[in-house]
Design a protein around this ligand. Structure first.
Ligand code: GLA
Length: 636
């Protein structure tokens, strides 16, 4: 893309703002994570996009809604029925109101009046379901950006084709939520990225230009504050028109514009990557964009690796191994379980996947802990998920590759005692088994095994922080300059093939807090000693931990990790309980012996773990470890 004058102005604005100011590290004494909207559990339901793309219509939507109810899936929690791109006719330029395409949504037609989705949402609600709508944060949608089939796109003048929220946020949210009765909104972002003044979308297709605020894969040029501000305005409008909080805001900024650092403050779900496609490698790509972000998801705000593609392509009824792996992985990651298949014609084998109550229960577990990686490689992965019931966990063994693979599960992967028996229940077959120490499995290509497990915890009288990501809010992670995560699987982009120079890493988030690893995916090694568990984070950070008066002691071994980028700077670790300083380490730098910290947390609701930069010798971050960090001595 050429750097034209407008884009250069955006760039200048970004440079003037400088790197995003680090969020404050001073303790607040509160849990400050997003509490707006209704997402105490990951949303479940159905969406038209992966099933029909732009060719959505009323019968398709209602048909799938009916099937959710008749099949029993609704009872399992699949309650959202979401209309994606393609529903709009145009914007009425006199009233500013959006007009629905009544040729595909006939019930929206009202003689002598403007169109309304109310009859449709009434029917969806009467079935005991909830209804979702789609929009874009800019002037235009992704369909307008990428489809050339005029039949499915809004028609009219340039102004009439401006169907996104830009300039209409308050009015549209009022229409969609107060008038039409929707419960869920997905807010896409092509309008902020694909309509540069010199783009074909503007020059050839005649759409309204908007100097890009999001540059795909080029975070330095994205205007993070402007993107965030627009999404914040949506959140504010939702709170205004639904003061009871009965709504869900789904951010769709595809891991761009550093949404990893702010999406959780604003949205109830936040996309971590570009679109999933029904191709194994692409599923891995989306999976990887979420799987190292467990500390950025908790009740109220979830990572979203995109909707399910079960039923299509590599995940169709002839590829049930792949379909099961995709589904179980999404369940383990607390991803939204949004079906993208024409349920009216779903074969029983697919319905059985969506309807696996035990696997759905992992996703909907009240603990709200996204699975973390007990073992990671490009070939095999072992995902471990803590459950609300402290005597149980879930584990998923994944063969990512195309050849058979031996995978050995250790009790330690599960943070369970290797000397004690571990009981497993296979959640696809129901079979039970027991092992002590380790258990060996032979996995076919793309196969996964998913078990509920129980055993004796390694830490008998408490929990490691790395076991409870859903109770941790990374209020400030110390990232000064957004960096792109280089480790996500780089699948060939299905819609581009090998026409480009290659698949470049795209999504910022590198350097964010990690469980059981450093922010750059190295071992948590402090002055020569490796720790299997803990939190890796940068200096200039603050984590909030929900204790809710449950545990009476917190302890950790703290220090600068050996792979620190800054080998001169020092940092100080501070622990606060409900805003009160409980302990402070000495100044620690590279190669210093780590320090043990232990504090009394009896009665503490919110614990805060602050890593304060002391001597900053350069802009490079000091990498830190809260090794073996644990809450112990539960209140009986
Ligand atoms: C983007 C989104 C998809 C879908 C399409 C609709 O690509 O990421 O999920 O909503 O737009 O055009």
């Amino acid at each position: 893309m050429k750097l034209n004058t407008l884009a250069a102005a955006t760039l200048l604005a970004c440079l003037t703002l400088g790197a995003q100011a680090a969020a404050p590290i001073e303790p607040t004494g509160r849990w400050t994570a997003n509490a707006q909207g209704s997402a105490s559990l990951p949303p479940m339901g159905w969406n038209s996009w992966n099933a029909f793309f732009l060719e959505v219509d009323e019968e398709k939507v209602l048909g799938s809604a009916r099937k959710l109810v008749d099949s029993g899936l609704a009872k399992l929690g699949y309650v959202y029925v979401n209309i994606d791109d393609g529903w709009w006719s145009h914007r009425d330029t006199r009233s500013g109101r959006m007009v629905i395409k009544t040729s595909i949504f006939p019930s929206a037609r009202r003689e002598g009046k403007d169109t309304s989705f109310r009859p449709l949402t009434d029917r969806i609600h009467a079935m005991g379901l909830k209804a979702g709508i789609y929009t874009d944060i800019g002037y235009h949608s992704c369909g307008q950006a990428f489809s050339s089939n005029a039949e499915f796109l809004p028609k009219g003048t340039q102004a009439e084709k401006r169907i996104g929220l830009e300039g209409h946020t308050d009015q549209d949210i009022q229409t969609y939520f107060a008038d039409w009765g929707f419960d869920f909104i997905k807010v896409d972002a092509c309008g902020l990225s694909s309509f540069a003044p010199d783009s074909d979308n503007v020059l050839k297709k005649g759409y309204t230009p908007l100097a890009p605020l999001i540059w795909r894969g080029t975070p330095n040029l994205s205007n993070v504050a402007a993107v965030r501000g627009r999404y914040q305005a949506v959140a504010d409008a939702l709170a205004k028109y639904r003061p009871q909080g009965d709504y869900l805001l789904s951010l769709c900024a595809w891991g761009m514009a550093d949404v990893r650092s702010w999406g959780k403050e604003i949205g109830n779900t936040s996309r971590t990557s570009d679109d999933i496609m029904p191709v194994w490698g692409r599923m891995l790509h989306n999976l990887d964009s979420t799987s190292k972000r467990a500390l950025y998801a908790h009740p109220g705000s979830w990572n979203d690796p995109d909707m399910l593609f079960v039923g299509h392509g590599d995940f169709d009824q002839h590829h049930l191994t792949e379909a099961r792996s995709h589904f179980a992985l999404w369940a383990m990651l607390n991803a939204p379980l949004i079906i993208g298949y024409d349920l009216r014609n779903a074969p029983p084998a697919l319905m059985d996947i969506f309807g696996n109550a035990a696997i759905v229960a992992l996703n909907q577990d009240a603990g709200g802990h996204q699975a973390t990686l007990g073992y990671d490689s490009n070939d095999a992965q072992i995902y471990v998920k803590s459950l609300a019931d402290p005597s149980k966990k879930a584990v998923l063994l994944l063969n990512r590759g195309t050849a058979d693979l031996k995978v050995t599960l250790l009790a330690e992967h599960l943070k369970l005692d290797p000397a004690q028996p571990v009981t497993l229940r296979n959640l696809w077959t129901g079979e039970s088994s027991v092992f002590t120490g380790k258990s060996v499995y032979q996995l076919k290509a793309h196969e996964s095994l998913v078990f509920e497990v129980s055993g004796t915890r390694l830490l008998r009288n408490g929990v490691y922080l790395s076991e409870i990501p859903g109770l941790i809010n990374v209020a400030a992670d110390g990232v000064r300059q957004p960096e792109i995560d280089p480790v996500a699987h780089r699948a060939i982009q299905p819609w581009e093939g090998t026409l480009s120079g290659g698949e470049r890493p795209l999504y910022t988030g590198w350097g964010g807090a990690q469980v059981d690893a450093t922010p750059y995916d190295q071992n948590l090694q402090l002055n020569g000693a490796t720790y299997r568990t803990g939190i890796g984070i940068l200096d200039g950070s603050r984590m909030e931990v929900k204790n809710d008066q449950r545990y009476r002691r917190f302890s950790a071994t703290v220090g600068v990790v050996d792979s620190t980028r800054n080998m001169q700077g020092s940092a100080q670790f501070e622990i606060y309980g409900d805003g009160r300083l409980l302990a402070r380490s000495k100044a620690l730098k590279f190669r210093d012996a780590p320090q043990q910290l232990a504090v009394d947390t009896a009665g503490v609701k919110v614990l805060e773990l602050v890593a304060r930069p002391l001597s900053r010798t350069s802009d490079l971050p000091v990498l830190l470890g809260w090794a073996d960090a644990a809450l112990t001595d539960p209140v009986k």
